[in-house]
Design a binder for this molecule. Sequence first.
Ligand code: DCP
Ligand code: MG
Length: 376
Amino acid sequence: LPTRSQVDPGSLPAYACQRHTPLNHHNLCFTEALETLAEAAGFEGSQGRLISFRRAASVLRALPGPITNVSQLRGLPCFGDHSSRIVQELLEHGISSEVERVKQSERYQTMKLFTQIFGVGVKTADKWYREGLRTLEDLQGQTRKLNRQQEAGIRHFEDLSSSVWRHEADAIQRVVEEAVWQVLPGASVTLTGGFRRGKLQGHDVDFLITHPVEGQEAGLIPKVMGLLESQGLVLYQHTQSNHYQDFKDLEHKVSQSTAIDAYERCFSILWLPKSPTSFHPEAGEGPKEPSRDGKAVRVDLVVAPISQFAFALLGWTGSQHFERELRRFSRAEKQMLLNSHGLYHPEKKESLPAASEEDIFTHLGLEYIAPEQRNA
Ligand code: DCP
Ligand code: MG
């Protein structure tokens, strides 16, 4: 077994989905620097540079020990000149001038602030930046620029920009389960996203809902949200009905292999009372705005029919980089298309069924990687 200080690059496979990547690793100062550069590249629309920096950071997260000498980078997959230079700078000076320059730039800080708002992506943030907007106050003075989602994002900015803790995610799960079971007994609610990978905090809470009888799950979300709304727990919601009509349509979706899935889903901001026992929905409307005795939390609900559940679970557990690498591996190494709905073989024109995540890894000829090791 390698000791912690030994790094054997030869044993590290090229795709993140072939590696075990734990939540806590040995190279945090390097990965933070590389992630900052990845993020900044994303703000400039440089998808290629974003992915290069992210791949390099991901490799370092999978190493069994810390990088202490730049020679240890030799032979590591996905490590280009630029990323190597950053690591070298950090090793020699404890700080990277390039990373510091980025972090202190008005452009980076403003883009980071704006994209942190619920409903604001890089394109919108960039447009606002070019219009000279810089702060939340600037945006509040221009409310006509905002859609309903962004407006809610700014209204609850303080709560939403603070971390959601695991115990809060668990509390929300109990509330969601209660509502789901009232609408559809026998349905299951699974915590996915970062919390399923073992994270103790996150930016939102992701749930995947299904029912053992195919078809029973259809149309669940509006009823569940209606119930939660009657309890005064919904601060914002946007529900999408599923946009596949039948199996043919679905096969088309899988064959497109896009990251965006077609499930019935709801992007919401829910109200989490601080002490659930002191909250009596029947006593009144319940709080509509955050106050000191509770907190607004971003919650995503996704509903999948049982036949696609394994694919949805794998797709929603992340990390985002792990997902990207799974799809890239499927395409480049196995000539198959993977997304949150299925796994498709274009040449054979067939979809491969899976009852569990393990089945999907097996179809792809990959060793099974547990959720806690998908923090790529
Ligand atoms: N996901 C994806 N592609 C998207 C959106 C989501 O692959 N465009 C998947 C991977 C994510 C998971 O869904 O890990 C949940 O998305 P989040 O943005 O909530 O990411 P995490 O839960 O991993 O992180 P956080 O702790 O910030 O919520
Ligand atoms: Mg999440």
